[in-house]
Design a protein around this ligand. Sequence first.
Ligand code: HEM
Length: 202
Amino acid sequence: MGSWSRFLRSPWVLYLGLCSPLLLVFIPIIQGEVEYYADPAKYLLEFFGKAAVILFILTMAVTPLRQLFPKAEFTKALAYRRRQIGVSVFVYALLHFLLYLPYVGSVSAFVEDWDKLFILSGLLALALLMVLAGTSNNRSVRRLGGKGWKRLHKLAYVILALIIYHQAAQEKTGFRETLVYFSILFVLEVIRLFRYFKRRSA
Ligand code: HEM
């Protein structure tokens, strides 16, 4: 293994990459950004929601990237660290959820919101992310068997649909922003499908 590849797979790159949202969140606070000081809970809720979505897209992009660029060191390192990146999605989504109470301001408002489809989709996505994070270890792979584990982790596609709905249901820029975020994944999946059918017809 080359030094570039060792660098990309090193725990330092992983920890720095996964903790970067926790560091970046301080920038607007230090810069005195109005949006943060107007409503810190809202700002942090949105920030960690976006961090969870970006990391989720990265996790989902691993398979198409691996098929498109099988020899690229970056792709190999991503595949090597996929489980840890997946667990970090759950951690950021949990932070996003924990900020929901200060955001709505009271427990009663918190409970009242739970029948909204937009909130339900978020809750279900978080519950499923917890299942995947809880089984992202070697012991679970052994217990479930390779095939069973892979089948369980296909739940990621259900989570994908729930998150797309959850983000797109935002009142103002939700749909446009969701389109921008997920279009990268969409393009990768379309190329992957196109190559698959081309191979089959050859
Ligand atoms: C656990 C249940 C969840 C609750 C109660 C919840 C709640 C919320 C709320 C209230 C907003 C709107 C904030 C605003 O008014 O601007 C929001 C936005 C958002 N949520 Fe969630 N959410 C949940 C789960 C998730 C999950 C699992 C993800 C992703 C993995 C996620 C990603 C997002 C994103 C990306 C936004 C849009 C942020 C923006 O661009 O403004 N949420 N969520």
